[in-house]
Design a protein around this ligand. Structure first.
Ligand code: MN
Length: 268
């Protein structure tokens, strides 16, 4: 890369700051290598590349899309008074909403009820459409520990108005995720503790075996709806015990065999 193109990208970043990009980026845009479009054409500006560390490797897992399962643990469905018989459904977050392990997250705008949902995250190494249940695990690269951070008051309001969940689910820094543990290390996870501790107190204490739809079923259902591909993350739903957090709180998530996800909440 020439000095000139480096300078151009700094100018672009400065311009972005001037436009009011006050939210800290998950990764430095300067770290992203210059890319080319079709035919080798230079791109007019560089876009942030989001990736996650890989346990036991110096390589990183690049993130393409981020999907989440709506409801997947019976006790959590009951605590929010939702219909237990509904089939799984999905929503999405943008990849630049992914937050690295060990980071601080700013209390988000618009909400007075900012809640944690600890979740098993599936990281895909390949994909396709209409993936059969029995082939689904062949597409899994590994697993992570994630938080589906939620503006519950906005989610509830949009549900009551029969509007999309976007405002409650898809916002800055709403998708913290740990390093990805490759399947070769963790095996495929069907049972084991999934827990979240806030300020030293257990808030969520579930087991992956309580999931209504297991990982192969989630991949099967989601791949009917959209094409899955390498780099996709799927947050698989949360056990009971969701609750609010405030600035100053320290969240530590744990899934047996996957290690920890540690996030701090700071004032905006
Ligand atoms: Mn969730």
């Amino acid at each position: 890369m020439s000095l000139e193109s480096k300078w151009d990208r700094r100018e672009i970043l400065k311009a972005g700051a001037a436009l009011g990009a006050a939210v800290p980026l998950a990764m430095s845009s300067l770290a992203a290598e210059a890319a080319q479009g079709p035919g080798g054409a230079a791109l007019v500006l560089s876009v942030e590349i989001v990736s996650l560390p890989i346990v036991g490797s110096t390589q990183r897992f690049p993130v393409r899309r981020v999907y989440c399962v709506g409801r997947n643990y019976l006790e959590h469905i009951r605590e929010l008074n939702n219909d237990e018989r509904e089939p799984p459904f999905f929503f999405a977050k943008h990849r630049d909403m992914v937050v690295q392990n060990g980071s601080n997250v700013s209390y988000p705008t618009l909400t007075k009820d900012y809640q944690h949902e600890i979740e098993l995250v599936v990281a895909m190494k390949s994909g396709g459409q209409n993936i059969p249940r029995e082939r689904a695990l062949e597409h899994v690269y590994g697993y992570g520990v994630g938080l589906d951070m939620t503006r519950r008051d906005l989610q509830t309001a949009s549900r009551q108005k029969e509007q999309p969940w976007e405002i409650g689910k898809s916002f800055e820094q709403s998708a913290p995720c740990s390093a990805i543990t490759p399947v070769e290390r963790s095996g495929h996870l069907t049972a084991g503790k999934i827990q979240l501790v806030v300020n030293g107190k257990m808030r969520q204490d579930g087991d992956l075996g309580q999931m209504i739809w297991d990982v192969p079923e989630i991949i099967m259902h989601l791949s009917k709806q959209v094409g899955l591909a390498a780099g996709d993350l799927i947050y698989t739903g949360t056990p009971a015990g969701v609750g609010a957090v405030v600035a100053g709180d320290k969240l530590v998530g744990n899934i047996a065999g996957l290690g920890e996800l540690s996030i701090g909440i700071v004032a905006a």
